[in-house]
Design a protein. Structure first.
Length: 442
């Protein structure tokens, strides 16, 4: 147990620690779990907590939620760290929990960073969770499906905590400026645009947002009895010189457009530059990853089918790792897209089909390819004449699948770029074979 100096005061704590929410009402974000009537809120308010795992990125309130539970529950609450504890400490805690159980007292054990425990350490919890000696609450930034023992995971309810939205962080920062635990006793002059910028740079992390605000205020310019936080101060505190921009404004769309068009024009250097501009300005890496995934099919398509695999893998890496480490995964994806052969045939195919779908909404599905699960449907000729392709030697038939009004319509027109040239040749063979069969039949 840590010894505190007799001269210790709460004012010496970092802003994020001083402003840590004490109640559910003060808690920022996670409305999907903690809004009025939501399941986790009800469990906490009614003190009916079961074993659970909080999974989410840093700074979203996993530990804070556990402390709120500790303040509200009638059970014995033990705070445990996976970083500093081993099996010996686990067994000691479990023995105490078992004694509590015999005297009719529940024990809630909170394990921070539970993913850092190895399988043997996690297994040590299992019999006590099964017997009900402890109610386990774990917190992790890693996917519990991969990092938590399956037997232990099956006995826990997983609650996914989401990165805070920019507006939620801005609200938290404004509260920090007004709350006496924060800077409420000071007169801080800061433009709302800069508060929004700090919230944006934090990328969903409340701790990061509050730390940046604290640094900006402590380095602000003294003006009489007030402290003024300038744009330059915020830029220095975030190391983002001249990169403040509104994620919802014009510059946001200008930059993503620049990335997209650089990749389309096979310019990896420009693509990496625009990628860096967005990431260093605080853009959500998952947003960029989603745009690259769209590009993989819209502008590369079947010219290089692996492009989509690369894009999806980059998205998953960003989700698992987050910034700043995932910047290299996005760079790999952006460079790959830039260097890949280009084809917009899939995009053009869908747009062409969409026009027909919107203008010809009532076209009936041909009877031949309708299902006939009932006797009546069979009597109405549903499925009559259907040809099962796997029964044919060539594994294709000349059966018509488009409505009569669209017979012969072509949507997918493959290019000769990259691997798509192979699909073009294959499609040509298929169409010629079907045409020949129909001509013979007619």
């Amino acid at each position: 147990m840590e010894q505190q100096s007799m001269f210790y005061s709460e004012a010496e704590l970092p802003l994020a620690a001083r402003l840590r929410p004490r109640t559910l009402e003060e808690f920022a974000g996670q409305k999907h779990l903690l809004g009025e009537g939501k399941i986790l809120r009800r469990l906490i308010e009614e003190d009916k907590i079961g074993s659970m795992i909080f999974w989410g990125p840093p700074g979203v309130g996993k530990t804070t939620l556990a402390r709120i539970i500790a303040n509200r529950t009638k059970a014995s609450f033990i705070d445990f760290s996976a970083v500093t504890s081993g099996i010996k400490e686990i067994k000691q805690v479990m023995e105490q929990a078992e004694k509590n159980r015999r005297f009719g007292e529940k024990t809630i054990l909170f394990v921070d960073e539970i993913h850092r425990f190895n399988k043997a350490q996690q297994d040590a919890f299992l019999p006590y969770v099964e017997r009900g000696s402890i109610i386990l609450i774990g917190a992790t930034t890693e996917n519990p499906s991969f990092e938590v023992n399956g037997a232990l995971l099956s006995r826990c309810k997983v609650f996914v905590l989401q990165a805070l939205k920019t507006e939620e962080l801005a609200e938290l920062l404004n509260r920090a400026l007004q709350d006496e635990r924060g800077f409420g006793k000071m007169k801080v002059e800061i433009d709302p645009e800069l508060v929004e910028a700090i919230a944006s740079f934090a990328n969903g992390d409340a701790r990061s947002a509050l730390s940046t605000l604290e640094m900006a205020v402590l380095n602000g310019e003294a003006k009489g009895d007030a402290v003024a936080v300038t744009r330059e101060t915020v830029e220095q505190c975030t190391s983002k010189k001249s990169l403040l921009y509104d994620k919802k404004g014009e510059e946001h769309y200008n930059l993503i457009s620049a990335l997209h068009k650089s990749m389309r024009n096979s310019d990896p250097d420009a693509a990496v530059y625009w990628l860096a501009r967005m990431l260093e300005a605080g853009e959500d890496p998952l947003y960029i990853a989603r745009r690259i995934a769209r590009f993989a099919s819209e502008d590369v398509g079947l010219a290089d089918p692996k492009a989509l695999e690369i894009a999806v893998a980059a998205y998953q890496a960003c989700h698992f790792i987050g910034m700043p480490e995932c910047s290299v995964h996005l760079t790999q994806a952006a460079v790959y897209m830039s260097m890949a052969p280009k084809s917009n045939a899939l995009y053009m195919a869908y747009e062409s089909a969409k026009r027909d779908a919107l203008n010809m909404l009532a076209e009936p599905v041909p009877l031949t390819i309708r299902n006939a699960p009932t006797k009546l449907m069979k009597e109405l000729d549903y499925g009559k004449g259907y040809q099962y392709a796997h029964d044919a030697a060539e594994k294709i038939t000349d059966m018509q699948c488009l409505p009569d009004s669209l017979e012969g319509r072509e949507y997918y027109r493959p290019t000769q770029e990259g691997l798509e040239s192979r699909y073009a040749a294959r499609l040509k063979e298929i169409k010629e074979w079907k045409r020949s069969k129909r001509e013979k039949r007619d």
